[in-house]
Write a protein that binds this ligand. Structure first.
Ligand SMILES: [Zn+2]
Length: 482
């Protein structure tokens, strides 16, 4: 079945009409088929879902470095070549199970056990520690402890030796002061400090998430709304109703439950691992501009393989990686040499909180003094058009992309990027340093985000070709810009 579907897809793609309009700068060299092949390889079992620090990721990074070498890109670092290392910690979940013990007065035993299905019912956060514990659950709204802001979900409840259960989010999505309390790391550490055994996040879908740090003796998990409803049934609540009330009244709703959960996790933690940013560049032609550089990037990493489940990350972000790799190939085969250098970077650690992008921005190869612009591609495989973000203070970047899109006609809308801290994708790490950025994402829908279902079958070679061509033309222009 696998082979048949793949062959059909490729066949249909080859037969689709090809635009006859002449493109500037040899942009025809960029091929959706070539991007699709790269994506297929990156999302394959060989690279195990590209979890930063893990062998699958490092193998993928080395494979990209090999391509850069083949195409004659200059290694970003004299010391490390194409593979720029950074410290990272990560974990692999070998095995896990979770049961809900609903209070049931009609049963002699008092509890009714319901075992949750892995992935659809529950999924450990990908940095959960090994444990096997059964305990009662305390619902704590958003899991925020911010007395200085007059808001405390922990007020009046005792969570010591219990599991806390909450939603991701804040009482007021428009209120920026809450943002730091909505970081996973902040929320997990708070629960640990309060004596909780673990944190149960309620999500529509318990999607994979490596964004956080391993905490000893702490087992965070995600569960579905459906599973949460089983726990909340003794109080006559549903998860969606509670969430709506939290948003409506903007006041804490916290209470203890008699229902229990058993959470069993077997994981391996690697505290001193190494992640990589893969980086190589095209030399500029003007010696006066050789310490300036345009960065074209995408994150190579994804969520890995856990409990025997492969998270292939085809859309997120084998698609963006394949686009950047194709742009690098086109620079090479077309012998493009702009006035200033153009660097191609495949980031690690994005899924863990932009760790790789933040690291390279702070430790940039020293032959360069200025990053003039950064172009980022994240989730560009699903759909048939593109959205483009640009640094709000640099409307000239929007105008530039509009000009290039006249040839391609794939950008459906633009949105200004303002102060986003380090939220969003890798461009945020550059934007936070005042570097003008462009960010491309396809129009989707990105419905299988961070699940085992984010596979190559939903990827559209046509949209990736269009987005890569715009990125290519834009990067050349920025390389020559005075
Ligand atoms: Zn992504």
């Amino acid at each position: 079945m696998y082979k048949i579907i793949k062959t059909l897809f490729v066949f249909v793609f080859i037969l689709s009409p090809v635009s006859t309009q002449e493109l500037p700068d040899g942009a025809e060299a960029i091929s959706g088929f070539s991007i699709y092949e790269t994506l297929d390889h990156l999302a394959s079992e060989e690279f195990q879902g590209r979890h930063t620090g893990d062998k699958g990721f490092t193998d993928a990074a080395e494979w990209v470095a090999g391509l850069f070498e083949e195409w004659g890109l200059t290694p970003a670092s004299d010391e490390y070549g194409y593979m720029l290392p950074f410290p990272v910690q990560y974990a692999i979940i070998n095995d896990a199970s979770m049961s809900v013990y609903m209070v049931d007065e009609s049963e002699e035993i008092g509890y009714r056990e319901v075992e949750l299905e892995p992935e659809t019912g529950f999924l450990p956060l990908l940095y959960s520690d090994t444990a096997d514990r059964t305990a009662e659950v305390v619902f704590i709204g958003w899991g925020i402890h911010a007395p200085d802001l007059g808001y405390d979900d922990y007020f009046g409840v005792d969570v010591e030796g219990k599991f806390v259960m909450c939603f991701r989010g804040t009482p007021d999505p428009q209120e920026r002061r809450y943002q730091e309390h909505d970081e996973h790391r902040t929320r997990m550490q708070r629960a640990k400090d309060k004596g909780a055994l673990g944190l149960i996040y309620i999500y529509e879908e318990p999607i994979a998430n490596p964004n956080g740090d391993w905490i000893e003796n702490f087992t965070p998990v995600k569960i579905s709304y459906n599973a949460a409803d089983k726990l909340l049934a003794e109080r006559g609540f549903t998860a969606s109703q509670l969430r709506a009330d939290l948003l409506k009244y903007k006041r804490p709703i916290s209470f203890s439950l008699k229902s229990k959960v058993r959470i069993q996790v077997d994981s391996d933690h690697y505290p001193d691992a190494t992640g990589y940013n893969v980086a190589g560049y095209i030399q500029g032609s003007d010696p006066a501009l050789r310490d300036e550089v345009v960065v074209v990037g995408a994150h190579l990493d994804h969520c890995g393989t856990h409990m025997g489940l492969l998270f292939p990350g085809a859309d997120d972000n084998a698609s963006g990686s394949a686009v950047v790799i194709e742009i690098a190939r086109a620079f090479s085969v077309n012998n493009i040499q702009p006035d200033r250098p153009v660097m191609f970077v495949l980031f690690g650690g994005e899924e863990m909180g932009l760790i790789g992008a933040r690291y390279i921005v702070d430790n940039f190869p020293t032959q360069f003094s200025t990053i003039t612009h950064m172009i980022n591609f994240d989730m560009v495989g699903a759909g048939d058009g593109a959205f483009c973000g640009f640094s709000a203070d640099h409307t000239e970047l929007m105008e530039l992309v509009e000009k290039k899109d006249a040839y391609i006609q794939t950008v459906q809308s633009f949105f200004p990027i303002r102060d986003i801290g380090v939220r969003g994708s890798d461009h945020a790490a550059f934007h936070a340093k005042g570097i003008p950025v462009l960010y491309f994402v396809s129009n989707g829908p990105h419905i299988k985000y961070h699940t085992t279902g984010d596979t190559i079958y939903r990827m559209n070679p046509g949209v990736m070709e269009d987005i890569a061509r715009i990125g290519y033309l834009t990067a050349i222009d920025l390389g020559n810009r005075r």
